[in-house]
Design a protein around this ligand. Structure first.
Ligand code: ATP
Ligand code: MG
Length: 565
């Protein structure tokens, strides 16, 4: 590609709301331009990268035996009613009407449509297993679209759906997809980790997320320093302490704490550590408020809380008014001792082994010290409801947990019969009997990968693409083209030779000052830069610089070809 005939439009200033490096760099390079919240145009430069990711994903899906399809992004309400998700999917589902007032949604995912396709296409167990995939635009009306294409509203996803007669067969395809994903992210040159994941609203059993490791990642991940255990913090089990609860030694005492709001304030005032306090959070259960009690130095895991029998499937904090109405107390002073009898008290495993602890006094401006379970505070049930913390024992019993942050770029899960049952997607088995199929589904955030890669690979000068994702592998920069025809000729000849060798090359023939040209090539992250100058031409060398190296060096043309492989 000749840059003079391309549309490269790098910019110096980016909006202040571009908080993370990848967002800033995608705007500065001009890879994307914002149309509206969560909606972006991919410029010619950005699209080159997006297509590269797409190509690797497609090749590995094909290699793993999946078959490509393309499904509509506009999907009828009736189909979504069949699975109950027209309502259940919530605010992320963009609903639209056509001119006949018929209702549709813009696909946030495609389980409904693919299962409808499968129920019509697949008649016999002999057609199974089969794995359909597509690379197609999705829309989710995210509450907080941010970080550019990282969490956009419209984005490009690869989604695959497999169909099976048996669990064994589902497991096999699941394992094959897990391997395919491992190959994809390895080929793309990313540092990633597969972690056990919660299956969320979609249901089902086994699930893993593929996470690109980056400090700016929205997901907290834990892994064991003594085994290969790794999980999203949402999923990671906090084991019960091995120590028993000591017998009560102190008397329950009410203490005035008029100005102490946070656990830290209260603990400091009472001269105890947060670990000797119990923090009580009231959430909205299916039949009224539910109290969740964790140690003061721990946090409630909302995903675990959402799964409690008392909960409607998610965990939403009770409002100050609700809490006041039921308990006569403001939220900061709620505690398990003396709560109204209709509120179930769910106690975390670690909080349950405390004795003589401090907690809210259920009267504004007061706390208790010397509180004890059973004696002073009801325990409806002890459960695992907290987030694990650094240093906790690994749930597999080997080693301790460490924490890192990640960006979810892929997700595989076994859906079981959930969708096939709802949509009556059956095939005839060997005995001619109709059987509901089992399903797996496998997503990759194709557009998110582009941002995730930048997040992991950049420096002060710009993007440092892993080679398979770079818009071009080589940039040939022409200095002073107007004054020295032999330089232009040499650059043209090298450009032609690289193209003939199948090396994707960009010729910077814009006639810019060297500084501006180099800054652009570094910003857009071209892995290999070659400069043809008068001096080099005389010496028979090229000035070469690898993007990740600090210095340029003189090499011959043959050395260049050698290093490009
Ligand atoms: P997240 O927790 O980040 O919202 P998700 O669990 O909702 O992701 P899936 O439903 O599993 O995501 O979708 C498959 C993949 O699509 C994700 O692994 C992610 O890479 C990508 N993805 C999901 N939401 C977005 C978004 N708003 N913008 C860009 N990519 C997204
Ligand atoms: Mg989401």
């Amino acid at each position: 590609m000749r840059l003079s005939q391309f549309h490269l439009a790098t910019v110096k200033e980016v909006p202040a709301d571009a908080e993370i490096a990848s967002h800033r760099l995608m705007l500065r390079t001009g890879m994307i331009r914002k149309l509206a919240a969560g909606l972006y145009t991919w410029s010619p430069l950005g699209l080159r990268v997006l297509r590269k990711v797409e190509k690797v994903v497609r090749e590995e899906m094909d290699r793993a035996g999946a078959i490509e399809t393309l499904m509509p992004t506009i999907q009828p309400r009736e189909l979504w009613e069949e699975t109950g998700r027209w309502e259940k999917f919530g605010g992320q589902l963009l609903k639209i009407k056509d001119r006949k007032e018929q209702e549709f949604c813009y696909a946030p995912t495609a389980e409904e449509v693919v299962t409808d396709f499968a129920r019509n296409e697949l008649k016999s167990y002999k057609q199974l297993p089969i794995n359909f995939y597509q690379i197609q635009t999705k829309f989710r009306d995210e509450i907080r679209p941010r970080f550019g294409v990282m969490r956009a509203r419209e984005f490009l996803m690869k989604d695959a759906y497999s169909f099976h007669l048996t669990q064994d067969s589902l497991q096999q395809t699941y394992d094959a997809m897990y391997q395919a994903y491992t190959r994809i992210f390895t080929r793309l040159g990313l540092k990633f980790r597969a972690v056990q994941a919660d299956t969320g609203a979609i249901g089902g059993n086994a699930s893993h997320e593929f996470q690109v490791l980056a400090d700016s990642g929205e997901d907290a991940l834990v892994f064991s320093d003594g085994s290969d255990y790794a999980a999203n913090i949402e999923k990671a089990e906090a084991l019960a302490p091995t120590t028993a609860r000591p017998a009560p030694a102190a008397a329950l005492t009410r203490v005035d704490t008029p100005t102490q709001k946070t656990i830290e304030d209260v603990a400091a005032f009472l001269k105890v550590t947060p670990a000797q306090c119990v923090k009580t959070i009231l959430v909205r259960g299916s039949e009224g408020l539910v109290a969740l009690c964790v140690r003061g130095d721990h946090e409630v895991n909302e995903v675990k809380a959402g799964k409690l029998a008392e909960m409607p499937g998610d965990s939403v904090l009770a409002s100050e008014e609700e809490i006041l109405a039921l308990t006569g107390t403001r939220p900061g002073f709620i505690g398990p001792a003396g709560l109204p009898a209709e509120i179930p008290v769910i106690v975390d495993r670690s909080a349950a082994v405390l004795a003589d602890f401090a907690c809210g006094g259920n009267q504004d401006g007061t706390h208790f010290t010397g509180a004890n379970w059973e004696r002073d505070a009801r325990v409806t049930r002890v459960e695992d409801i907290r987030k694990v913390v650094e240093g906790d024992p690994s749930p597999d019993g080997q080693g301790n947990l460490r924490m890192v942050r990640g960006i979810e770029v892929g997700h595989v899960f076994q859906l079981g019969k959930k969708y096939a049952e709802a949509l009556k997607a059956t095939v005839l088995d060997e005995n001619g009997k109709a059987q509901v199929m089992l399903m797996g589904c496998y997503g990759i955030g194709v557009s998110r990968i582009v941002a995730a890669a930048i997040e992991q690979r950049h420096d002060e000068a710009g993007i440092v693409w892993p080679e398979p994702m770079a818009p071009w592998r080589v940039a040939v920069c022409v200095i002073n083209p107007k004054n020295a025809p032999e330089i232009t000729q040499a650059a043209e000849a090298l450009y032609a030779e690289l193209n003939a060798r199948g090396v994707e090359t960009v010729l910077d023939d814009r006639g810019l000052r060297p500084g501006a040209m180099f800054a652009d090539m570094e910003l857009i992250g071209i892995p290999h830069r070659v400069v043809i100058s008068e001096r080099g031409l005389a010496a028979g060398t090229l000035e070469y610089r690898a993007r990740h190296e600090a210095e340029a060096r003189a090499i011959t043309q043959d050395e260049l070809f050698g290093l490009l492989g």
